[in-house]
Design a protein around this ligand. Structure first.
Ligand code: NAD
Ligand code: DAU
Length: 342
């Protein structure tokens, strides 16, 4: 259990994104003595509408800034006890179209964050990472443990693996008190509709085709975003410096089964399913062994997939305004580039 009485000032990068905005809402609800600095560049994936209502909250401050800008980072990090570093380019398909923003934000940005944390004597630096750094699992292989080799297969995954190694090096070389979390596929409210679940819901609600890559039998381990975020808070507070902690949802599912389940919840026909050309370098299976995190930090995922998926579908059905807002403009160009000739 977290210590809810302690006063802490924490910088959260990427707080206007999917996981970050849910994290900030969770902290405001459950940790009244925490002060949060949300540092975010507001790229296409960052939306302040996801944090509507918090503008005047005395616990919360938003700073628009880029993690590659060392002065802006230093200014925003002043006086913080800890850092939760979530800001990243996060979509695999975009990294296949153009890797450069991924290398800049995910690697250089992490270096800038680490240097600032070092110079300010930050007491805990959490690097929020992903299962994708481990690569792809065989169907019958044991889920990834923290000491599984790093074999990233997309430019996104390679940029996250590079950042993780940099984080580790700052612990070994400078003794910076870092912790790394690696999580599986998240789902829930406020996820940008370029990722499978929100794209599927948004297309299905408009009776548009659901693009399924390859044979649709790739397996992901789905975790409700609040479970991930509770894990991040445990890792930040109780994780041992220099250590890595896996987080996962205990719910492995092939994409096609997931899609059929969601179409059923939405009351839409499976005829919307459209098989398209596979993603290059597509990882066949991810699955997480998070027994170390459970044993050492007492964390385990609480949401059952049935409940989490229903909540998510309900949220999107009731928040079409948010979806329309974030998918106006450049999203349409991206969609045409990604799916137009597929
Ligand atoms: P997201 O794409 O929804 O949000 C990313 C946020 O970072 C956005 O608000 C964006 O504006 C901001 N950002 C991007 N570049 C920036 C820059 N240069 N400077 C400052 N801010 C910048 O991503 P997400 O899905 O919320 O993922 C958050 C983190 O969690 C990422 O580090 C990702 O690698 C990791 N992660 C995600 C998942 C998942 O399933 N979504 C799973 C495991 C780990
Ligand atoms: O595993 C954690 C990772 O999960 C995070 O690190 C990433 O930030 C996050 O984007 C996510 O990566 P994936 O590539 O697994 O997620 P995505 O939602 O893009 O795709 C999920 C699966 O669905 C994957 O096998 C590809 C497939 N897919 C995806 C899209 C967008 C389709 O079949 N059709 C689609 O249109």
């Amino acid at each position: 259990m977290l210590n809810v009485t302690e006063r802490k000032k924490v910088m959260i990068t990427g707080g206007a994104g999917f996981i970050g905005s849910n994290l900030i809402r969770l902290i405001i609800e459950e940790l009244p003595n925490w002060e949060i600095v949300n540092f975010d560049a507001l790229t296409y994936a960052g939306n302040l509408t996801s944090l509507a209502g918090l503008e005047e909250n005395p616990q919360y401050r938003f700073v628009k800034g880029d993690v590659t800008d060392s002065k802006a980072v230093l200014d925003a990090m002043q006086g913080c006890w800890g850092v939760m570093h979530l800001a990243a380019e996060s979509h695999v398909d975009r990294s296949i179209l153009d890797a450069s923003p991924f290398l800049k934000t995910n690697i250089i940005g992490t270096q800038v964050m680490l240097d600032a944390a070092r110079s300010l004597g930050i007491q805990r630096f959490l690097q929020v990472s992903t299962d994708e750094v481990y690569g792809s699992l065989q169907p019958d292989a044991h889920p990834f443990t923290e000491d599984h080799h790093l074999k990233p297969n997309s430019p996104y995954a390679a940029s996250k693996a590079s950042a993780d190694l940099l984080v580790r090096s700052y612990y070994k070389t400078y003794g910076l008190p870092v912790v790394i979390s690696r999580c599986s596929n998240n789902y829930g409210p406020y996820q940008f509709p370029e990722k499978l679940i929100p794209l599927l819901i948004s297309n299905a609600l408009n009776d548009k085709p659901i693009p399924v890559y390859g044979d649709g039998m790739q397996v992901r381990d789905w975790i409700y975003v609040d479970d991930h975020n509770r894990g991040l808070l445990e890792v930040l507070e109780k994780g041992k410096p220099g250590e890595i902690y896996n987080l996962g949802g205990k719910h492995e599912l092939p994409n096609l089964m997931l899609i059929k389940h969601l179409l059923d919840l939405l009351g839409k026909s499976e005829s919307l399913i459209t098989f398209v050309k596979d993603r290059p370098g597509h990882d066949r299976r991810y699955a997480m062994d998070w027994s170390k995190t459970e044993r050492e930090l007492g964390w385990c995922p609480k949401f059952d997939f049935e409940e989490g998926s229903r909540r998510t579908v309900d949220w999107y059905m009731n928040n079409t305004k948010w979806v329309n807002q974030v998918t106006s403009g450049s999203y349409r160009d991206y969609y045409e580039l990604q799916y137009g000739a597929r």
